[in-house]
Design a binder for this molecule. Structure first.
Ligand code: NDP
Length: 398
């Protein structure tokens, strides 16, 4: 039915490629391209279906344009890094190809992600008659769809949302990050931020903590972070009073992070080293295990979901909508750990819905702006089944 070009052959790109290859009725031709061809070859060899591979430098729009012109995809999935979002969007505009990513743009020199650079492309995508779908991973991605679905099906008014991200797995390394180390550490070391009563409230990094009892896992310390879906959900969920994001970290992870910060290894400004300029965080990344290699010995589960409070038919209501994913099962299916898996599956589903025309539109969209129903259906079908738990409402009746 359609041709998909996937850029980025890391942990997430590997899962996206496997999952697209499992749906030949929709993805009739697949091309996987990345900065290093060997990584594409490794993924290609693990598949039981033929795909094309290519080398591309996605920092250069002209390089991406050349690849698009030779492969002729209808949709491009960006599974590279946030730094490449704008150059890949430029290439899609020039060639008239639909665009999907899983992380919003940030500039390499400033650890400050925001959608505003990508939202600025809306009119040009609209004029070109093509669609850009932003943040189609798990969080952002599935969490946004859970909120849109709750708004459509279960609430007249949503008052509070807590997005809760728990990884209770063990990879066997003293310290590793589950997605790109550079992007992960930049995200976690930023100040925390949440939205309440119409304004953003900033906290020191990892300063706000609560215990949360995650189904199938148990109670875990969860830390408030600023996370990208908050920026679009405050615009797209009507009447929202408060939205926060929490992620679990083990004591050992936090201790390693504190040491790395204290010795300056998480800095993103260049420093002189033996006559050369190096960025300490980039150097640290080269020492840490790659996310795509963590799966083999990973055990345990993730639980990511949205705790949503609001009003339905004049009565307070509280729901937890969530998915539980098992690291070892992901490895058996596609050779990856659950964090890459939970990101790659939604990106494939987004591309499928665009190719089949179930999701369509011209311009730049966040995922909660589209009909959540077919996406919720496909999550159950393609490996990320979800559950809904009714909680005791804390709100006072309206
Ligand atoms: P990896 O580091 O494993 O993979 C990134 C891949 O992109 C690598 O293959 C890398 O190539 C390639 N790449 C980097 N720069 C370029 C370039 N200029 N041109 C072409 N290819 C390039 O990261 P992950 O797979 O773990 O993460 C991928 C993305 O997914 C990140 O943006 C991350 O933020 C996002 N993510 C989103 C989540 C969500 O739920 N929404 C959750 C987890 C991740 P090379 O190997 O040569 O460096």
């Amino acid at each position: 039915m359609g041709r998909v070009l996937i850029i980025g052959a890391g942990g997430v790109g590997g899962v996206v490629t496997h999952k697209c290859a499992q749906v030949p009725g929709v993805f009739s031709e697949i091309c996987l391209a990345s900065r290093s061809l060997e990584k594409c070859q490794r993924i290609q060899q693990a598949l039981n279906r033929d795909i094309q591979i290519a080398k591309v430098d996605a920092d250069q729009p002209s390089d991406v344009v050349r690849l698009i012109q030779s492969f002729k995809p209808q949709v491009l999935i960006n599974a590279a890094l946030p730094y490449q979002d704008l150059s890949i969007m430029e290439a899609c505009l020039q060639t008239g190809v639909h665009y999907i990513d899983t992380a919003n743009y940030e500039h390499p020199d400033e650890a400050k992600f925001s959608y505003h650079w990508q939202w600025a492309y809306h009119d040009r995508f609209k004029e070109r008659g093509i669609m850009a779908l932003l943040g189609c991973g798990f969080d952002p991605g599935v969490t946004n769809v859970f909120c849109a679905w709750a708004q459509k099906q279960h609430f007249d008014w949503i008052q509070n949302i807590d997005i809760l991200d728990c990884n209770a797995g063990h990879h066997g390394h003293a310290f590793a990050t589950n997605f790109n180390p550079e992007i992960n550490i930049r995200e976690i070391t930023q100040p925390g931020r949440y939205w309440e009563d119409g304004r953003w409230i900033e906290t020191a990094p990892l300063a706000m903590q609560m215990m949360h009892d995650y189904p199938e896992i148990g109670p875990r310390a969860s830390y408030l972070l600023y996370h990208e879906e908050l920026e679009s959900l405050v615009k797209n969920i009507r009447g929202l009073k408060r939205i926060r994001f929490f992620m679990t970290f083990s004591e050992s992870y936090l201790m390693h992070l504190r040491v790395l910060q204290n010795v300056g290894l998480t800095r993103i400004d260049p420093v002189d080293f033996e006559g050369q300029k190096i960025v300490p965080l980039k150097f640290l990344k080269t020492l840490l295990p790659e996310p795509s290699t963590l799966g083999k010995h990973y055990t345990g589960k993730t639980n990511i979901g949205c705790q949503i409070e609001g009003i339905k038919d004049g009565q307070p209501r509280s729901l937890y909508i969530y998915n539980v994913c098992d690291h070892a099962e992901c490895y058996r299916e596609v050779g990856s750990q659950a964090v890459s898996y939970t990101t790659g599956v939604p990106a494939m589903i987004g591309a499928k819905l665009m190719l089949t025309g179930q999701w369509h539109g011209a311009g730049v969209f966040n995922i909660e702006q589209l009909d959540p129903a077919p996406f919720m259906h496909d999550l159950n079908l393609y490996g990320l089944p979800w559950s809904v738990k009714e909680l005791v409402p804390q709100l006072v009746p309206a």
